[in-house]
Design a protein around this ligand. Structure first.
Ligand code: AMP
Ligand code: GLY
Length: 425
């Protein structure tokens, strides 16, 4: 591959900061932009606000002479950003609107898995609240999922009939998520341990990234409500070679076969959210993008030039990925109250001299104002480090936290705990 590529990353979280950080290491990179970006990204890329429509964005793409767009979040993918720019002849990495239904509609994803025999929890679909309640009565601990995109808030793990019935009322009658909750999936609760696998996909080509584990619950010991993710590590030994082989044979191949049979092309990252029980993987969810915070631990482990890998993939060539040894761990520093209500605009102090050089800070909800850094979201900063092993990476990350402070800063002190337990056994 030769030449220089001006790249635009869409999004403004820790995932996009990690993408920009990694892309900047490529000798193939020309200029780099990120929209809307955040406080940390604005120090290493040109940032601008996203205009409301794709046509407005196309104008900026032309002005800035952008050769490649890489899409972070699911929303623009579900809205068809890829279809739009492909039609306009602009290279864009991320699946089209149809393929994005794998994340954008739980009903579509579940029916797809059933049709192509991809292992997942048994389920039923309802658009009638009374019928859904009847079904709920017969189930112990079911999981209720709003069909559409709900920014991670549309999944209820109900512990009792009343809790489940309350969720159905909120989704289907109060319509707290609008049309996204008109239909629901009710599925059986799966047991086991979760893992995330990001896969580069282009047509029939695919390359697995290193398996990681997110920590979705807000409190230590995986207690409390689910968040976007409070920390992650990679690789996870939960996904050993034999589990990986099963993921490939039982999940990845049928998914790609299914997409081909449905005439749906896929170019981008497919995220397999898995539950692994006694070595058997089942799909909890698909995402049609890089995970957050998984990306913050996966990209630091990648030896390849990310830009080259993406370009190869888009030319229908295999990405041929290779990975560093050791481990990477990431801790999310959140605003007190998240995933519920929290304060914004809180000043953040980062004492650079107290942060070792090999510790990375990926910003999420931050803005720069008058030369200072302020909070602007629930997940504020990611602190990540690679190390010889998970213990080493953990020590570096937690050690660096002494150099960071903001009022109401909250984080989990136990990121990686399941891996540490597994290693002791
Ligand atoms: P989803 O968006 O479908 O992945 O759901 C979000 C989170 O809810 C998952 O990461 C799991 O922690 C949990 N979850 C979803 N479905 C199930 C299930 N069938 N059994 C157990 N946990 C689940
Ligand atoms: N970490 C979960 C997600 O990216 O959806």
């Amino acid at each position: 591959m030769t030449g220089r590529y001006n790249v635009l990353v869409i999004g403004g979280g820790g995932r996009e900061h990690a993408l920009v950080w990694k892309l900047r290491q490529s000798p193939l990179l020309g200029k780099i932009f990120c929209a809307p970006g955040n406080g940390g990204i604005s120090a290493i890329a040109g940032t601008f606000s996203l205009p409301p429509g794709f046509a407005g964005l196309k104008k900026i793409v032309e002005e800035k002479d952008i050769d490649l767009i890489i899409v972070g979040p699911e929303q623009p993918l579900a809205e068809g950003i890829t279809d739009y720019f492909e039609k306009e002849g602009v290279r864009i990495f991320g699946p089209g609107r149809k393929a994005a239904m794998l994340e954008g509609s739980k009903v579509f994803a579940k029916n797809f898995m059933k049709k192509y025999s991809v292992p997942t929890a048994d389920f039923e679909v309802f658009d009638d609240r009374k019928k859904a309640e009847e079904y709920l009565k017969a189930k112990k601990d079911p999981v209720i999922k709003a069909d559409g995109l709900c920014a991670g808030k549309g999944v209820i793990l109900s512990g009792s009939f009343d809790e489940g019935s309350d969720a159905l009322k909120k989704f289907m009658e109060d319509r707290i998520f609008g049309a996204a909750g008109e239909r629901v999936v009710i599925e059986d609760r799966l047991k086991g341990e979760e893992a995330s696998i990001l896969v580069f996909v282009s047509g029939e080509n695919y390359s697995f990234m290193v398996p990681s584990q997110d920590h979705k619950a807000v409190y230590e010991g995986d207690k409390g409500p689910n968040t976007g993710g409070m920390g992650a590590y990679a690789p996870t030994s939960l996904v050993n070679d034999s589990v990986m082989k099963r993921i490939e044979d039982r999940i990845m191949k049928p998914v790609l076969g299914g997409l081909a049979s449905e005439g749906i092309g896929y170019s981008g990252v497919l995220y397999l959210g898995l539950m692994v029980e006694s070595g058997d993987p089942r799909v909890l969810e698909f995402n049609v993008r890089f995970g957050d915070p998984e990306t913050e631990v996966v990209l630091p482990m990648m030896k390849n030039d990310l830009l080259e890998a993406v370009l190869s993939l888009m030319n229908e060539e295999k990405a041929g990925l290779s990975w560093k040894g050791g481990a990477c761990l990431d801790v999310v520093l959140a605003s007190e109250g998240y995933p519920g209500e929290y304060k914004k605009g809180v000043k953040i102090d980062i004492r650079q001299d107290a942060i070792p050089e090999d510790v990375m800070i990926f910003h999420a909800g931050t803005v720069i104002k008058d030369g200072g850094i302020y909070t602007s979201g629930g997940r504020v900063l990611n602190v990540a480090a690679t190390g010889d092993d998970i213990e080493d990476a953990r020590e570096k990350v937690y050690g660096a936290l002494a150099g960071i402070n903001f009022e109401g800063m909250y984080y989990r002190g136990d990121i990686g705990w399941k891996e540490l337990l597994r290693k002791k056994r």
